[in-house]
Design a protein around this ligand. Structure first.
Ligand SMILES: [Zn+2]
Length: 96
């Protein structure tokens, strides 16, 4: 099982790399809005974040990948993805 986990991570990391080059991602960076705190940042302060971490079986697809500022990216390690989603719902902003 470990072997397939490793394979999964490798594949998803590759996909994330490709996604970073996509126009969709570039547009996201240009908008510069952190998914979690909804503040605006410059490109350099943003990174790609997986809502469900790759290590937990998450995939590098548009629905699972968000723009996060460095602070939120660091803070996230203390919370589970579900808690983060609940937090983002509490802000009441509809992103769609
Ligand atoms: Zn943030």
């Amino acid at each position: 099982m470990h072997q397939s986990d490793e394979k999964h991570r490798k594949i998803e990391r590759e996909k994330a790399r490709a996604l970073r080059k996509s126009r969709w991602w570039q547009d996201k960076l240009a908008q510069g809005i952190c998914h979690f705190c909804e503040d605006k940042f410059s490109k350099e302060d943003l990174s790609m974040d997986h809502l469900v971490p790759v290590s937990r079986g998450g995939k590098s697809v548009k629905g699972n990948v968000v723009v996060a500022c460095k602070d939120c990216n660091n803070r996230k390690t203390y919370k589970t993805p579900v808690e983060m989603i609940l937090d983002s719902l509490k802000t009441g902003d509809d992103e769609s």
